[in-house]
Design a protein. Structure first.
Length: 382
């Protein structure tokens, strides 16, 4: 709940308006010290599990797509992923690619939505580089609507694309906003009158190495910066959402392969937290990137892949993270990977430890100190 306090100093409910309400589920009611130091308060702990890029294609049994990670998904109250692949159906053979500038890409059959419904996915981000062209985006949104799955980051207009999806659990309302920095420059971003995605674009420039006059061929420094109008829109979205919900989750499709975090990502992530976001969940590079703690809030720069059936991805970019957030308390990080049958599985033993140790080492310079224990890691938010 919003931290409104009664005369006794304990929390009381604050009315709010919720746009999307999913079917109620049982949520743990625990007794602990609340954020205002009230020992013995009854506090509802709502947990969110967020995964990365999900692409479901050509499955005979789509309902089994998430079988290997269901225990982690089912343990949370709210489930969120990035849907990387419109559920719009593919074009007939010989009629050209589904995306003209990605000739190997194929959209997913609408029947693949069964994977999401069976796994009880509550909300998906549709803001990414393959939610294109706009007709495919709108068709996919209709499939999601019919299945009762919330979505954000794409819509018939810019206002719709920037509209949050809101889920209520245990008396708490959580808003999801989604954006993409990986964006085709023409006809992809939604406008006032045309459909598309919520864009968070960035510029790229190059600073020559100071020794290039002496040593030809030395690599330049790559400089990136957010497009200011997009950043202003994002921060305005977060502030507006925060007025009527308890938590705001910002999802961004961004970054480049490898381990480097671009300058614009840190600027945007910090701005989202400054505007009131509780957590930033990044994806896009198809690999796991570091975590940053900024003003007591986590920024996951990339949680990698989850379920990914596109044939070009088979055997590549296998790892990802499932992050389970108990807001204002802690985030539990569960490493996953796709096996030889391309099925996402929770990692265990030395392999899990290796992934988590590497993540901890990469994240510590960004102020995120992970405690690795067994097959998971914990990031304290208190």
């Amino acid at each position: 709940m919003h931290p409104s306090v009664s005369e006794t100093g304990h929390h009381r409910a604050v009315p709010r308006r919720v746009r999307l309400s999913s079917e109620a589920e049982t949520v743990a009611l625990v007794v602990k010290t609340c954020s205002r130091g009230c020992v013995g308060c009854s506090v509802t702990v709502v947990t969110l599990v967020a995964g990365g890029d999900v692409n479901v294609q050509d499955r005979r049994a789509p309902a089994r797509a998430f079988d290997g990670v269901r225990s982690t998904l089912d343990a949370a109250d709210i489930r969120f992923v990035n849907l990387e692949g419109p559920l719009s159906g593919t074009t007939p053979p010989g009629s050209g690619p589904d995306i003209a500038h990605k000739p190997n890409w194929r959209h997913s059959d609408p029947a693949m939505v069964e994977a999401l419904t069976t796994a009880h996915i509550d909300v998906v981000s549709c803001a990414n580089n393959v939610t294109f062209p706009p007709a495919a985006a709108l068709s996919s949104l209709s499939v999601l609507d019919a299945a009762g799955i919330g979505h954000c980051g794409a819509g018939a207009t810019i206002a719709a694309a920037h509209q949050p999806a809101v889920v209520e659990r245990g008396g708490e309302a959580v808003a999801f906003l989604a954006y993409t920095s990986i964006c085709w420059p023409f006809g992809h971003a939604a406008t006032r009158d045309t459909p598309g995605v919520a864009a968070m674009r960035a510029t790229t420039s190059y600073r020559p190495d100071y020794r290039v006059g002496e040593v030809p061929g030395r690599a330049p420094t790559v400089l990136t910066a957010p497009v200011e109008t997009d950043l202003q829109r994002l921060t305005s979205d977060v502030r507006n959402a925060q007025q009527s919900v308890d938590r705001v989750v910002v999802s961004i499709h961004w970054g480049i392969p490898g381990q480097d975090v671009c300058d614009y990502q840190r600027t945007v992530g910090h701005a989202a937290i400054d505007a009131g976001a509780s957590i930033v969940v990044g994806h896009g590079p198809h690999s796991v990137h570091p975590v940053e703690m900024y003003r007591g809030k986590p920024i996951f720069y990339s949680v990698g892949n989850l379920v990914f059936d596109w044939s070009v991805m088979h055997g590549r970019h296998l790892h990802g993270l499932l992050i389970t957030a108990a807001f204002d308390d802690a985030v539990t990080i569960t490493p996953i990977a796709r096996d030889t049958t391309n099925t996402a599985q929770v990692l265990t033993g030395p392999v899990a430890r290796g992934v988590l140790d590497a993540l901890a080492a990469q994240s510590a310079p960004l102020g995120a100190y992970l405690r690795v224990h067994g097959d998971t890691a914990t990031l304290d938010l208190r």
